[in-house]
Design a protein around this ligand. Structure first.
Ligand SMILES: Cc1cc2nc3c(=O)[nH]c(=O)nc-3n(C[C@H](O)[C@H](O)[C@H](O)COP(=O)(O)OP(=O)(O)OC[C@H]3O[C@@H](n4cnc5c(N)ncnc54)[C@H](O)[C@@H]3O)c2cc1C
Length: 437
């Protein structure tokens, strides 16, 4: 067994990893370093840092499906992934002050009227309850401390020497200070979440880590009066329509649906405009509109980041994005200002810039017109919507260790996760590997 396991980040992934080790009588040393605070001291406004990381103050929804929340089955297969999810959910119940209140919402069957044009992604979700996360955190923390885990709080890891298996805390000028001497490890589990994404990138560049090829994610933000979609919204508020063209390496999904008081938002990334959406809770903002992304995931494009950047650049006129509608004008923001976009009369420029992929978006809209018969020409699209995916380090799928440094494991949002269950499961997967060896 590796005697000295050091974990960077006390988030969902590493807390589950440590729990697995303790539960199985790991007889080495476990140290967890986090720049946030322990659960007794962590204030509500520190959303991303401290015990349980972003999961500690999250909505507490534990999704239970391998297609949601990031990748896991890619590494360990479908069956193992579900078993790991069960372990994470059991942990949340185990430290819950009222475990009987953790309920699973059961998905209902896909409604017939969307078939055969679309699939509707339905998945079970365990609801922990945001209000209980604080108490869960304290119980879980006490268990780990009693089990011998050493926590180092309010301490930022600033550099890691993968070649000599040691890490550094604080600013470089302070490294000679005895309290900031490097910390050695036999095994390192790197679980810094979204709050440490820049640190992950910095290490990837410094050590020239090989990365996974990433798909392009690009499309449009679709907007229409809500009444056309009400029948589906009644079934699923944040509906996820999808379709796949397996042989072409293209899949499409509706993404982040907003209803009732739904506004299109302009995002500025790398100096260009793209679109997203948000919903207001206050009834005063009700506009009875629906908006959602129609996002394409395209596999196999060489240099996907550069390709996406070029497409986004080509879709700008006078420093902003485009709007197309057969009948409508762009909407206003929740502050009553026009959504920044240049209205174009034809789809020509859009189709040309997204060549050869725009036809998939066009077909998606045409088929929505069949499924939602009142929609007709009463819609508009803001173009582009884009997700620039950050590079993901290449890992050994059997233990999530860097291919260049087998004693360094990446887990959670720092790898490919985007949710609590997947992050926790990745941590558990690595702990199982450490126990086996
Ligand atoms: C507001 C909000 C609501 C969410 N709601 C849900 C939800 O309902 N369901 C769901 O599945 N997902 C939700 N998520 C996402 C989910 O919380 C994350 O996917 C999950 O917490 C990732 O786990 P992790 O262990 O990878 O990272 P995190 O849980 O984010 O933990 C990372 C930890 O690393 C520490 N850290 C970072 N850099 C350093 C460094 N250099 N040195 C020392 N420590 C460092 C941070 O302090 C943090 O504690 C939500 C996220 C947010 C922000």
């Amino acid at each position: 067994m590796s005697k000295n396991v050091v974990m960077v980040g006390a988030g969902v992934a590493n807390v589950n990893a440590a729990t697995k080790l303790i539960d199985n009588g790991f007889d080495g040393k476990i140290t967890i370093i986090d720049m946030g605070k322990d659960p007794y001291l962590r204030p509500y406004e520190e959303v991303m840092t401290g015990f349980l990381g972003a999961g500690g103050w999250s909505d507490g929804k534990l999704t239970y499906h391998t297609a949601i929340g990031g990748q896991l089955s890619k590494y360990c297969g479908e069956e193992k992934a579900m078993e790991l999810f069960d372990q994470v959910i059991d942990n949340f119940k185990r430290f819950h002050p009222k475990p009987e209140e953790v309920q699973c919402s059961n998905p209902i069957a896909e409604p017939d009227f969307i078939k055969p044009y679309f699939g509707l992604r339905l998945f079970p979700v365990w609801h922990v309850g945001t209000d209980y996360l604080h108490e869960i955190g304290k119980n879980w923390y006490d268990f780990l401390v009693d089990g011998g885990v050493e926590f180092i709080w309010e301490t930022k890891v600033t550099s890691i020497d993968f070649d000599n298996s040691e890490l550094f805390i604080g600013e470089e000028e302070s490294w000679l200070d005895t309290k900031n001497w490097p910390i050695s490890y036999d095994k390192l589990i790197f679980g810094v979440g979204k709050s440490g994404i820049d640190f992950g990138k910095q290490l990837a560049e410094e050590y020239d880590l090989p990365t996974e090829p990433k798909p392009v994610q690009i499309g449009v933000r679709f907007e229409a009066p809500q009444k056309h979609f009400q029948k589906l919204i009644d079934v699923s508020y944040d509906f996820k329509l999808y379709r796949k063209y397996e042989d072409k390496g293209v899949s499409l999904r509706s993404f982040c649906t907003n209803n009732n008081a739904a506004y299109v938002a302009v995002e500025e990334t790398y100096g260009d405009h793209s679109y997203n959406g948000h919903a207001k809770k206050d009834e005063a903002f009700r506009n009875d509109m629906t908006n959602f992304g129609i996002l394409m995931e395209v596999q196999g494009i060489d240099k996907p980041f550069d390709w996406s950047r070029d497409v986004v650049k080509n879709l700008q006129i006078d420093g902003t994005g485009l709007y197309y509608s057969p009948t409508r004008k762009p909407s206003t923001t929740s502050e009553g200002k026009n959504v920044s976009a240049i209205q174009v009369d034809t789809l020509h420029k859009i189709a040309k810039s997204m060549q050869p992929y725009f036809m998939y978006v066009y077909d998606f809209i045409e088929d929505m017109k069949k499924v939602f018969p009142t929609l007709k020409d009463d819609w508009g699209i803001y173009v582009p919507e884009v997700k620039y995916l950050s590079p993901e380090p290449l890992v050994d799928y059997t233990n999530l260790a860097l291919t260049k440094y087998p004693n360094v494991h990446f887990v959670g949002d720092a790898l490919s996760a985007r949710g609590i269950t997947v992050s926790g499961a990745q941590g558990t997967y690595v702990a199982e590997h450490i126990l086996k060896n």
